[in-house]
Ligand binder design. Structure first.
Ligand code: SF4
Length: 365
């Protein structure tokens, strides 16, 4: 990026997303804000929303097609001020989920080589990062373009000296099996899984073409719980998918209630032109989607509170972050803990959780 635009003094890059309607609106808003806020800069728009709706970004100095994105991203350095190093291991997904636009706009899987990933990890270690987050459009597909598997990559990380803790960004349920879990146990891996379950009703899962059912989800969760203590399990859920009536919603609600979820990202379904599900219509009205969203939000808030209360008196490592006067950090199992004291940013400190409220967790060194 820097090389391509070295003659431009003031450059603003807006990286856009269209995975949901909301993401697309936010991308467009950021783009328009950038035009206003930086009138003397050259604004470059890139990313998926530009690929699908280039006309909306026509006021940009240049719109860079999403296909060229990988070569662009290589030039962008991470911010060493951040506590976590986000390492993109692959891009693209060729699954056929009916609601998703990603497989339409980024269906070519491109994985970094294991050597390149190791190089980036050595670099992150040299910069002092204490946590590396492996990210991608669908990291379970890592390596399919190279005859490799995510497990090959994880195995290759084992020998790295001073390897910081590793967090997986999000893993599709179909990739969670005994082999993956065993491999993770041999690494300094965070006890935190984020699983995009989307629903726990078999009919809805089939209409979404997710390739698993509720029984599979249950087996995956049990496997994780058997192998990791105090593990945080997050999930993505879509409410109001076409055909989701009260019965189907309750199946999802009860599944979440009876399993050890600790965090949820809940999205009201929005039909995306160009997806297969678009033709199914939008049968659930907005108010009903909001009701379901809030029911799940309240449920997960209670479950998260309970989860944190069970951790009282236990010790964890956090990576110090500072924000105004507050010093806080994330535990490996994804609890943000606030602590009193004077600690350097990006240091790893051991804390004990000694107070938990509905929204906050406090600890001491
Ligand atoms: S697996 Fe995820 S990224 Fe891939 S098509 Fe399905 S929802 Fe989209």
């Amino acid at each position: 990026m820097l090389k391509n635009f070295s003659d431009i003094e003031n450059l603003v890059i807006v990286n856009t997303c269209c995975v949901t309607k909301e993401a697309e609106i936010k991308s467009l808003r950021k783009f328009r804000q950038s035009l206003k806020r930086y009138p003397n800069s050259k604004i470059i728009a890139t990313g998926c929303a530009c690929r699908v709706y280039p006309e909306k970004f026509s006021a940009a100095y240049q719109v860079i097609d999403n296909v060229q994105r990988n070569s662009i991203i290589k030039g962008i350095f991470p911010d060493p001020g951040k506590a976590r190093f986000f390492l993109k291991i692959e891009d693209g997904c060729n699954e056929k989920c009916t609601y998703c636009i990603v497989s339409k706009v980024r269906n070519k899987i491109e994985s970094k080589t294991i050597d390149n990933i190791k190089e980036e990890i050595y670099w992150a270690i040299s910069l002092g990062y204490k946590e590396i987050v492996l990210v991608g459009a669908n990291i379970g597909l890592y390596g399919v373009d190279r005859g490799l598997h995510l497990i090959d990559l994880l195995q290759a990380l084992k020998g790295i000296p001073d390897l910081p803790r590793i967090r997986l960004s999000s893993v599709e349920p179909k990739f969670i099996d005994a082999e993956l879990i065993q491999c993770l146990k041999d690494l300094p891996v965070c006890r935190h899984f984020h699983i995009p379950i989307q629903s726990a009703d078999d009919n809805i899962l089939s209409r979404m073409r997710r390739g698993y059912d509720a029984a599979h989800l249950k087996r995956s969760l049990d496997l994780i719980n058997r192998n990791f203590d105090d593990v945080a399990i997050g999930g993505d859920v879509i409410v109001g998918f076409p055909g989701e009536g009260e019965k189907e919603f309750l199946n999802t609600y009860k599944f979440i209630e009876s399993n050890s979820f600790t965090h949820l990202h809940i999205f009201p379904y929005s039909p995306r032109p160009g997806t297969e599900a678009y033709d199914l219509g939008d049968s659930v009205v907005r108010e009903e989607k909001r009701r379901r969203l809030w029911e799940l939000k309240n449920l997960i808030a209670d479950k998260n509170y309970q989860f944190r209360k069970n951790l009282l008196g236990k010790t964890f490592n956090i990576i110090v972050e500072t924000n105004a006067d507050i010093i806080s950090g994330l535990t490996d199992n994804y609890i943000r803990v606030e602590v009193n004291g004077d600690y350097d940013k990006n240091t790893l400190i051991k804390i004990k959780i000694n107070e938990v409220s509905k929204n906050k967790t406090y600890g001491s060194i």
